[in-house]
Design a protein around this ligand. Structure first.
Ligand code: ADP
Ligand code: MG
Length: 350
């Protein structure tokens, strides 16, 4: 077996909860990475709570750690991942770390999440912007800004998808190979829109992905996104489209579970048992459709009575000419009355 890829992840640490390195480390390990973590800060909890307490790592302390790694020959990494950084001097220190790691491994893949703010508001000191823009971002191979961070870095307003692609070109012109806008408000009421663009061997490829919105506000998702995207780019040999799809699929799974465990009962929990069960079968895609029954040897054919060759749960809910639900897929997660009526009146077993 070949050597595991090794990533140095420089991000925040929280004692309680999952943001920064707490959000990135385990998924990277599960995906086969050796993960070394430097904690830019160590806080009791993330800053969305009423208060938080803890320590901040200073630039000279980062330099000490990097020196310690070097003196034992431990600074050979295949990947560098950086996220939240709260001070200008620490951020400048990251530029030195990149140079040190590239000297050891010229093929180092640097994934930079230029964490600065969201929804028109900066949550780091303003002095960080020129350092990201002029020093850090140009060193990266892959960047994962959100819509607002793209506006800050390029100085261009991003109000349409065309605006976004134009802004992305500014990064490509700086030599950044892959640019991913992890979330934008360029979708619709029910979807966020993710955008990715890569230029490899002068060939430009652009992808967009509709991300079903999940009710609630989540923290640490951007950190999880960057870690997963790094891992899937590695495992897919740089296939941006596949890496984006895998990343979003994992986030959807994690966020649905988070939503269900978050105190509040999942939408529809109080429904009669049979209806609740059927609703969840639609939500998860695991049920008694012909595709699954055939797979389990209980039906001779996986086809649907509408003529389609493969009757999956998704087919029944979305595509079936005889019975597909006409509303939005998000209705199933929100347990809206029209979708419950549709589930209750379904004429096939699921
Ligand atoms: P950023 O730091 O880029 O603003 P976000 O946390 O907005 O990051 O988004 C990162 C990813 O998390 C998105 O690509 C999306 O997959 C997921 N995500 C975050 N919030 C939601 C939500 N309310 N519904 C669905 N997906 C979400
Ligand atoms: Mg982010």
């Amino acid at each position: 077996m070949g050597k595991s890829p090794r990533v140095l992840s420089i991000q925040s640490h929280v004692v309680s909860g999952y943001v920064g390195n707490k959000s990135a480390t385990f998924p990277l390990q599960v995906l086969g990475f050796e993960v070394d973590a430097i904690n830019s800060v160590q806080l009791s909890n993330h800053t969305g709570y009423g208060s938080c307490a803890g320590q901040v790592l200073h630039a000279d302390e980062l330099a000490q750690l990097m020196k310690g790694l070097a003196s034992n020959g431990l600074d050979h990494y295949s990947h560098l991942l950086t996220g939240y950084s709260g001070s200008p001097t620490f951020l400048k220190g990251i530029a030195d770390a990149v140079k040190q790691l590239r000297a050891k491994n010229p093929d180092l893949m640097y994934v930079c999440d230029p964490v600065m703010g969201d929804n028109g508001r900066m949550y780091v000191p303003e002095e960080l912007l020129p350092i990201y823009r002029d020093v850090i971002v140009p060193l990266a191979d892959i960047i994962t800004p959100n819509q607002y961070e793209v506006e800050l870095l390029t100085g261009q307003k991003v109000e349409t998808i065309d605006d976004a692609w134009r802004a992305v070109d500014i990064f490509h012109n700086q030599g950044i190979k892959t640019v991913v806008l992890s979330s934008t408000e360029l979708g619709d009421e029910e979807h966020l829109l993710g955008l990715a663009s890569s230029v490899i061997d002068k060939e430009r490829k652009k992808f967009s992905i509709r991300i079903p919105r999940i009710k609630g506000v989540f923290t640490g998702t951007g950190d999880l996104f960057a870690a997963l995207f790094l891992a899937w780019m590695y495992h897919s040999d740089g296939d941006t489209k596949l890496a984006l799809e895998k990343t979003i699929a994992t986030l959807q799974g994690v966020l649905h579970r988070t939503h269900e465990f978050a105190g509040e009962k999942p939408q529809g929990f109080e429904l009669p048992r049979q209806l609740w069960k059927s609703l969840n079968r639609i939500r998860t895609g695991h049920g008694l459709c012909a595709h699954n029954l055939h797979k389990w040897g209980k039906l001779p054919r996986p086809s649907c009575d509408c003529g389609a060759p493969n009757q999956t749960i998704q087919h029944i809910a979305k595509d079936c000419e005889l019975r597909a639900y006409q509303g939005s897929r998000a209705d199933f997660f929100n347990a809206t009355p029209p979708c419950l009526e549709w589930v209750a009146n379904l004429d096939v077993r699921i």
